[in-house]
Every structure is written in C-alpha cells, then in structure tokens.
Design a protein around this ligand. Structure first.
Ligand code: BTN
Length: 234
C-alpha cells in the first residue's frame, strides 16, 4: 500500500481518479481539501483535523456489478469497525453509507468508478470542530470525547479494516457481514422520509436486505429502496 500525503488538495478522490499510474490500494490523504465532494453533488467541508482520504480498489472481472453494488455497505461497516478498534464508542451505520454517532454524522463515504478502479473516498470528523456543508448535523471524535486523535493512525486502521472485510466478502461471507451491518442499522424502527428522483416517501425504516436494499414499511406496504436520501422525522 503506497501512501501519498498532501498538506492540501482539491479532493483526494479527484486526485486519485486523475492519477494515470494508479495501483490497487494506493492511498491518498490530504490534511485539508479545497473542493471536497460529498454524494449527490454536495460540498464536503474539509478542515484541518479531519481524516480525508481515498483509496483505489481494482475491479475484479470475476465479480458482477450486482456484487459490487454492496461495496458502499461493506466500506461502511469496515469504517465503523476500524473506528471502533481505535476509539470505543457506540457508532451506527446509516444506510447507504454514513457512520453516525449520537444521532449525528461522524463520517461520509463516496464510492465512484473510474475505468477499472473503484475510488473509495472517506471523510471522518476526527479533531475538527466545524461541520458545515453536507455534514451540518455533524459530530467529531473530539467534540464527542474532548480528546485529540492521531489522524494517520485512524486512517490506517480504517483501510486495514476494509481490507479484512473485503477479503471476507471475496471468500463468500456476505451473510455474516450483512448480519453485522444490521446489528448497527441506525434506521431500524425510525420514522423516515426517503427522497429519490422527484419522490418523497414516508415510512418506518426496516432491515437491510441481502441485495443491499433498505426495507421500508409504508402505508402502501413494505417497499425496498436501492438509493435515496434519508431524512429522519422527529
Ligand atoms: C458524503 O457523505 O456525502 C460523502 C463524503 C465523502 C467525503 C470524502 S473526503 C475524502 C474524499 N474526497 C472527496 O472529495 N470526498 C471524499
């Protein structure tokens, strides 16, 4: 695993996407990002003290796109356990791929495909105390515990955790991984509104299914969602 560490970059994911000679597991880290990107075109405010990094995963021709559709969920649970191995707190996994702590967003994941690579970009609020833009409702490890953490150690723990989970997935352990994901399912039994395309549907969050979809109990019965922005109703 080769680490490319910068004081400042536009976006670690953009850097890796554009890197011509990238290799699997290349890891790009920035202390600050000037144009950090979140999902759905959101800006990801990327101040110093946050963990801002992207790594490259080479597409395996033996895996189908359906199998790859679970990648964001696997990154999510690996991120949660990587964090837990460093700082023992009650993290939750918010489908499709955020990590929450005490009902606030701690970390976000952006998975993109470029050529025969998947670029996994992760932002973790670690020592920063600003959570603007996409993570308005944010929390950092420092704001939660009052302690400062070593950002590089945290990033390495997350990437190593992902490697372990990915190997398990390749060995056919999806059922066990899914069980772990459901144990941390933040949306379970919560009143939610799911927004996708031009639609908004209300319901009660259910379990995450074998196909990676979220089950939602709506007034029209149980529905499954593959994508969508989730709002928690208070
Ligand atoms: C989200 O929650 O919307 C996803 C946020 C992903 C942010 C990370 S920070 C490192 C990498 N570089 C980017 O520009 N975005 C991702």
């Amino acid at each position: 695993m080769k680490i490319f560490h910068f004081d400042e970059l536009g976006s670690t994911s953009d850097y890796l996407k554009e890197k011509k000679d990238k290799k699997e597991w290349d890891l790009v880290i920035a202390d600050v990002q000037t144009s950090g990107r979140g999902r759905r075109g959101n800006l990801w405010i990327s101040p110093t003290g946050a963990g801002l990094f992207s790594f490259a995963l080479k597409e395996d021709p033996n895996l189908s796109m359906e199998e790859y559709s679970r990648l964001p969920l696997i990154v999510g649970i690996a991120l949660l356990h990587g964090l837990k191995s460093m700082v023992e707190l009650d993290y939750k996994f918010k489908w499709t791929n955020d990590v929450y702590l005490y009902n606030k967003k701690l970390s976000g994941i952006l998975v993109e495909k470029v050529g025969d690579f998947f670029i996994v970009g992760i932002g973790i609020n670690i020592n920063n105390l600003e959570f603007l833009g996409a993570s308005k409702n944010g929390i950092s490890l420092k704001s939660a515990t009052g302690n400062r953490y070593e950002v590089l150690d945290m990033i390495k723990a997350v990437v190593n955790s992902f490697k372990k989970y990915w190997n398990r997935y390749l060995r056919g352990e999806w059922d066990e991984i899914l069980y772990e994901i459901n144990e941390k399912n933040y949306l379970l039994n919560k009143a939610i509104e799911i927004e996708f395309l031009e639609n908004k549907i209300s319901g009660i969050g259910g379990k995450i299914l074998e196909n990676g979809r979220l089950e939602v109990e709506t007034i029209d019965g149980i529905k499954e969602f593959m994508v969508g922005e989730i709002h928690i109703k208070l």
